[in-house]
Every structure is written in C-alpha cells, then in structure tokens.
Design a protein around this ligand. Sequence first.
Ligand code: ZN
Length: 392
Amino acid sequence: MNLAPSAFAALCITAACAGTAGTGATDTSAIRARAAQPATPAKLGGVRADSAYVAALRTALGADAELSLVPELQAASESALLAERKPGGVVLLEPNDGRVLAIFSVSGDRGDPLVTPTQPNSTFKSFTALAALRDGIVTPSSVHHCSGRYPFAGVTLSCPSAHGDEDARRALAVSCNSFFYDVGSRLDATHLAAVARAFGLDKHTGIELAEGLGSIPAPADDAHPLRPLLDAIGHGAYTVTLLELARAYAAIANGGRLPSLHLVDARRRADGVRVPSVHLPPEQLQFEPSALELVRRGLADAVAADYGKAHAFALEGYPFAGKPGGGDSPPRAGQVPTEAEQSVEQDTWFLGYAPPTRPTLLVAARLERARDGHVAASVVSRVLARVRELSP
Ligand SMILES: [Zn+2]
C-alpha cells in the first residue's frame, strides 16, 4: 500500500505535530550502536507515543511487525521536514545493510514524495560521473573549463556559475552543469542507462511498502539533440523516487554494494515467538573502487570545501558528504524551460551521509516544488545536527 493516502496530504504542517515518534517496542540498541553512533539509552530516555505517521505505518505493516525505526531519529526527521512547511519526504538508512532508521513524508499534489518518481536533477551527476569514468571519457585528471555557458546544437545552455578549470571531483563538488553537459555530449546513452539500472533506479528497493518506479529512457533520437546533455545533469528523461535514490547513494557511500531496504526486523507470532525477517544481502556492483572513491571525494568536498555547493550546511565537528539537486541549477536556452519556470516546478533533493569515509548513516530528503534549492540540504543538515547532539 502507499503509505501516503490522502489523509497524509492534510497531515499537520505545524510544530505541534513534530517530534512524537516511536515506541520502545522495537529493539534498537544494536542499530544505535552501529548506525547513528549517537545515542546512549540514558540520553534517549522518555520515549513517547507513536506519531500519526508511525501509527499508520504500524497499521499498514501489521501489529505483529517489529519495525527498524529508531525513535530519536524518527522524531528528528519529522521535526526537520515539518519545519519547512512543504510537501516532502525524508528517509534515514543504515547504508551498509539498508535498514530504514527513520522515514517520513508529507504528500503534495504529486503524491508521496518518498515513492513517486520525478527528475533527479543534479543528484544524477554522480551516476553520470561513474559512467564517464567507466568508459574512459573522463579520467581523474581530465580538466574541463566552465565559462558559465555551454553552446551546443545551436543553443546555449547555462551553468549557475563560471566555474573555470575543474576536474571531475571538483565538478561534483560545485555541481557544475557545463562539465556534465560535455560528458553527456560524448557518452554512449546506453552506458549511462546501464549505470542507472545497476544502481536500481528503475527497481523496487525491497522496502515492505508499495512504491512507484523510476524510469530509464531509451536513447534520444536525432530530433532531440539536447536530451543526452540534459539527461547527464538529471534534467532530461530519467525519473527516480527518493527511496531508489537513497538506496543508490547508500551503494556509493558503502563502496559499491546495493542494499535491499527494509523496515521490518521481525514478526511476532501469535504464540509470542519472534521470527526475524529474512533480507536479501547487498548486491555487489561492478565499478572500479577508484571511480567510486573519486565520486565520494567530490561529495565530501561539496560540504567540506569552501567552494562546495553545500558548504553552507556543514556542521562543526560532524563531517558529512552530500549531493544537492534542483532549485538552482536549471539549464536555460532554446527549448529548455526558463529559470523561473524551473525554480517553480522543480523538486529539490539532498543525499547526505556521515561520516564521509566508512559511513554509518545516510539521510535523503526531497522537497516538492521547493523554489529554494537549499531546503532539502537544510532538512538533512538539521537531522544530522540532531544526531550530533545525541552523539556521546
Ligand atoms: Zn560550471
């Protein structure tokens, strides 16, 4: 079932609704120790009743289900999203095994932001980079010059800044469009599609909920010469869901193992016996470790470097890596929507994980038609700030 029925569309967007998640029913001690590393039971104490969202989740999954949610992380996620007063979704994962530590959404007129597909925007550049590295179109030392404009097929596409000379790592950190237009103009579209498919961007994630699927387009024909360039920056024909993207970034974060997402740790039989759930092991993807490492370094720089696209959201004493998408990186020219049109229509994304090396927590957020491209990063940063608070 879709866990965002129309009732959730009206779910409170007020502070009064926030921060009341979870029960003590789920044994989360192991998750706390491994995943968020933060919470001592003493600090966590005083857990309260389920939020409306978690209560609905329990109803949907069955009263016998023992959920993987961590109460404090669930509460932090609900608070962070509700503070934006916009439709959106947020999900927290243990990136190595796909365990869902928190999940929350407020539906808008596009449906449940967790499970409805839409353009991935600049979050897609990580996959384009991996395809380009795999094909040898780009090497770690290749340098591209961004002038802020990219002329192609009689039109001029734009980049938000003139980024100057940059390699792939820096292009990811600053989220340069021009670098990836250039890649898109040279990359075999079927190879990009193969990368997207390997990361599960058109597949069910394994979660015990109904979910929509992203789409991987057939290569564009000659009548659409710009599409390979727009596909390369996530503004073309690819669509993804937040859950798909969260799972794919978990694989980037953990070194190339695509986990199966799950919310149900176990079920309790009528006779009281606990039956642990059986989950598929992560699937090993075939990418050069050095290519994945380059992408991870770019995402770490995006937050840590003073030129990084998400540097404004860095947290003192709590390093994380991340990739923003949407809101402020629209192409502009010819048959492409204007910047104003894009900023109104675009969803914004942020895929973050911490720590940048050997991560134990992934936080993904999507805000619907957010106008401000930074709101998803703001949600993720706020959740991570709460994790930092809870850390010993
Ligand atoms: Zn640029």
